[in-house]
Design a protein around this ligand. Structure first.
Ligand SMILES: [Fe+2]
Ligand SMILES: [Fe+2]
Length: 175
């Protein structure tokens, strides 16, 4: 499988959970907390593994560098809304506004990713590389669970180095 198909599957699930979340009533508090936790469990490992594998591979290539950085920033923005939503878990009222912002922010990001980022990647990486990235993504995703959210620009910087996957994609590992 190519990485694009795997990422799309995750995106479908995240979009479905977001739709369920914004459809809830104020008094469905238990259900809301459950959904917010589920969205976090899906989104965070996806984002961390996607950054390690796809974004880090892209940002090593001059023509894709800015696009990868833009993607990182959108991850940080969405995670800000998710954190706000977690903090609002016991309140009624304003959570819905935050949930809608989270949904809009992620829908926008997913659209850009599946559009611009995937089509640029398809030009830059071979089929075989896209398969290797898929394997690496699947392996990293469960391990990325403890890495948690990107809370500030320091986390962004930490995620940017070292490019954990790119070197193994384009250069043979040392003997
Ligand atoms: Fe994604
Ligand atoms: Fe993403």
């Amino acid at each position: 499988m190519l990485i694009y198909e795997q990422l799309k599957k995750d995106h479908q699930l995240i979009k479905k959970l977001l739709n369920q979340l914004v459809a809830l009533n104020d008094d469905d508090q238990e259900q809301r907390n459950r959904l917010v936790a589920q969205i976090s469990d899906e989104l965070i490992p996806h984002a961390r593994a996607e950054e390690s594998v796809l974004y880090n591979s892209l940002r090593m290539l001059d023509m894709a560098k800015d696009m990868a950085m833009h993607g990182y920033k959108e991850h940080m923005e969405a995670e800000g809304y998710l954190r706000a939503l977690q903090a609002q878990s016991k309140l009624v009222g304003d959570w819905k506004k935050t949930a809608i912002k989270l949904k809009e922010s992620l829908e926008h990001h997913i659209e850009e990713e599946e559009g611009k980022i995937f089509s640029m990647s398809r030009q830059l990486f071979t089929q075989q590389e896209a398969e290797m990235m898929c394997e690496a993504f699947m392996e990293l995703k469960p391990k990325s669970r403890d890495q948690g959210m990107m809370k500030n620009t320091m986390d962004l910087v930490a995620n940017l180095m070292p490019p954990r996957f790119t070197s193994s994609l384009r250069t043979p590992p040392p003997n």
